[in-house]
Design a protein around this ligand. Sequence first.
Ligand SMILES: NC(=O)c1ccc[n+]([C@@H]2O[C@H](COP(=O)([O-])OP(=O)(O)OC[C@H]3O[C@@H](n4cnc5c(N)ncnc54)[C@H](OP(=O)(O)O)[C@@H]3O)[C@@H](O)[C@H]2O)c1
Length: 271
Amino acid sequence: MNDNRVAFIGAGNMARCVIAAMVKAGYPAENIMAANRSQPKLTELAKDYGIATTLDNAAAADWADVIVLAVKPQMMQDVCSALLEQAPQCQDKMFVTLAAGLPVAHYENWLGNIKLVRAMPNTPSLVALGVTGLFPSRCSNYEKAFVDHMFQGTGMTVWLNEEHEINHIIAVTGSSPAYFFYFMQSMQQKAEQLGFSAEQAKAMVAQTALGAATMALQSDLSFAQLRAQVTSKGGTTHEAVSTFANNGLEEMVAKAMQAAIDRAQAMAKSI
Ligand SMILES: NC(=O)c1ccc[n+]([C@@H]2O[C@H](COP(=O)([O-])OP(=O)(O)OC[C@H]3O[C@@H](n4cnc5c(N)ncnc54)[C@H](OP(=O)(O)O)[C@@H]3O)[C@@H](O)[C@H]2O)c1
């Protein structure tokens, strides 16, 4: 599988994150190329990962077996139209898009009936603990397996059956690192009020979050069962958890996640 040549069009944060994960997972750097409209990020990528780079999107598309579209959504139409004009044979190649909010139908308008996977990674991919939602269109099982292989170094992958589920993945994994940061920030603030230094408070909260997440991943028990295990009636944890419950934590989380889905739907319509 490592024989496929993969070209990234757009060499920003997300492209860098996926390229880093691929190279660290053993994908040959000589089979990866990044194209960007300006030089600085290309120079960094070549230095850090030994990949090929170019300022010419069409040349990268000509070279590649798999083309990863990694520009901002508002740039996507121009980039795709230029590719079709300057490298028309790209239509027969496999595409992966990292862009949020652009449905398959848009790419089909710009590039024809291409083989495409919409990929929605999240930022913990930077530390190989990400979740990437993947939705395939017109892809063979081999092509799906290849894309899965590409993203393995970023963490776990989740294949979606319906395109609208991309918006659900955004609410569950794309936006959610910020939910956890917010919760941890609130805990840190209280820990500091109790007299811990900012550094101590941050480390204690992050370590506890990591410990709890690791326990959950290593256990067959549900979150509710894990919580019950550490909550004895009348104890301190029970008191704290009841305070969350009585103040509507579950409803608030559900509302926040629905707000993310609604926003993703509205953004998709506006592009
Ligand atoms: N960041 C995230 O957490 C995240 C998560 C999931 C999905 N995504 C998606 O990933 C995509 C990229 O996001 P990002 O955060 O990586 O953005 P970014 O850091 O701004 O990267 C975009 C890159 O595209 C380059 N570019 C713009 N127009 C170009 C063109 N015509 N030809 C070649 N390169 C061009 C830019 O070049 P310059 O260096 O000249 O500006 C920049 O390096 C977006 O579609 C976004 O929706 C991002």
